[in-house]
Write a protein of this length. Structure first.
Length: 326
């Protein structure tokens, strides 16, 4: 009789996902061109890119479903080309739930998956119940997945991918089509999972999702990584932080601008909104603007900060085919 073993990474392994100069060629098409990405244990790596950028191909290589044409990829310290079985034992893939039995209840499906992974009946039931509780699915355990809402199906799908205690989970667009509260619920589940040491590779079209969940982001375009880093690093590459002030009605914008300039910053007047926009390097520069206007006797009726968003990053960096809508 056996339970579900937790396959471990190679001893001391901290980099759980690594692609090094990975290329993939399909006939005359170079789907991946020398892609390098990595993720440490217990972190989320997000892959962003338009349709056809190469995300699925990279995921297929990292899950040992497809061999790279050249370059090296490893998961949990095991090379995908040399040790594909070891890799497959350690990865969880969402989107797999469609392949299980539609006639079985949610719980019985999880039990069946655990049995297929070699657990005895008792351990399989225990693992199913553990996951049902973790995902708040106890009340739906006896129902068939076909009767579930979209949000419940995604949760069951994610639960199914975790049956074998994978060290690395691949989430392919996990919240597409979900309502805001179901998205939030799934994000919290992913955050708990990562806090527990699981490493996640997330592909998403939602930049707010990458912003919230990802420790690092790689932007893929036409098979190549065109930018990578934390969300903050990517934002600072493409955009500037600004502070926008609205001086009181009737005040002369030229006087306000002169005061800001004397304080060492460069203002721009937005005539359409009657506001003044100042590019700032640090939060303390906002105080400089306020003090400068106060010193000139100008009241401020509105004050706001502008941060570049990941949308700015994506739209600036990613090469977009005609007709593509992010
Ligand atoms: N088995 C294959 N044979 C030939 N070409 C392929 C194969 N798989 C993928 N491609 C091509 O490789 C390129 C990258 O495809 P891939 O599916 O990796 O992109 P993607 O970023 O995952 O896109 P999507 O968001 O649409 O899933 C595309 O041009 C695609 O048509």
């Amino acid at each position: 009789m056996s339970g579900l073993a937790q396959p471990t990474a190679r001893t001391g392994e901290d980099i759980m996902i690594e692609a090094n100069g990975v290329s993939k060629v399909f006939g005359s098409l170079r789907a991946l061109d020398s892609v390098s990405v990595s993720a440490r244990r217990g972190t989320v790596l997000a892959l962003l890119g338009h349709n056809g950028a190469g995300k699925t191909t990279l995921v297929n290589i990292l899950t040992a479903a497809l061999p790279p044409s050249s370059g090296r990829a490893a998961v949990a310290g095991f090379d995908v080309a040399r040790d594909p079985h070891e890799v497959r034992k350690r990865v969880g893939l969402t989107g797999q739930f469609a392949s299980v039995d539609a006639q079985l209840s949610g719980r019985d499906n999880l039990v069946l998956l655990a049995r297929l992974l070699g657990a005895d009946r008792r351990s399989a039931r225990a693992r199913a119940d553990e996951l049902l509780e973790l995902f708040g699915l106890q009340d739906f355990a006896a129902r068939r997945p076909g009767t579930y809402s979209g949000g419940l199906r995604r949760r069951l799908d994610l639960a199914a991918s975790l049956v074998g205690h994978p060290a690395v989970v691949f989430l392919d667009e996990p919240t597409t089509g979900l309502d805001p509260s179901s998205r939030l619920n799934l994000w919290e589940i992913v955050e708990d999972l990562v806090a527990g040491g699981t490493t996640v590779l997330l592909t998403t079209q939602y930049l707010d999702e990458a912003d919230r969940l990802a420790d690092s982001i790689a932007v893929l375009s036409a098979g190549a990584v065109i930018a990578s880093g934390t969300a903050a690093e990517l934002k600072s590459k493409v955009g500037q932080r600004t502070v926008t002030v609205a001086p009181e009605d009737g005040s002369d914008p030229a006087v306000a601008c002169e005061a800001i300039r004397r304080a060492g910053l460069e203002p721009v007047v937005d005539r359409a909104n009657g506001t003044i926009v100042v590019v700032i390097e640090a939060s303390k520069d906002a105080a400089v603007v306020i003090r400068a206007l106060d010193g000139a006797g100008i009241e401020i009726t509105e004050l706001s900060f502008g941060e570049p968003t990941l949308d700015d990053v994506y739209l600036t960096l990613a090469e977009r085919p005609t007709g593509f809508t992010p």
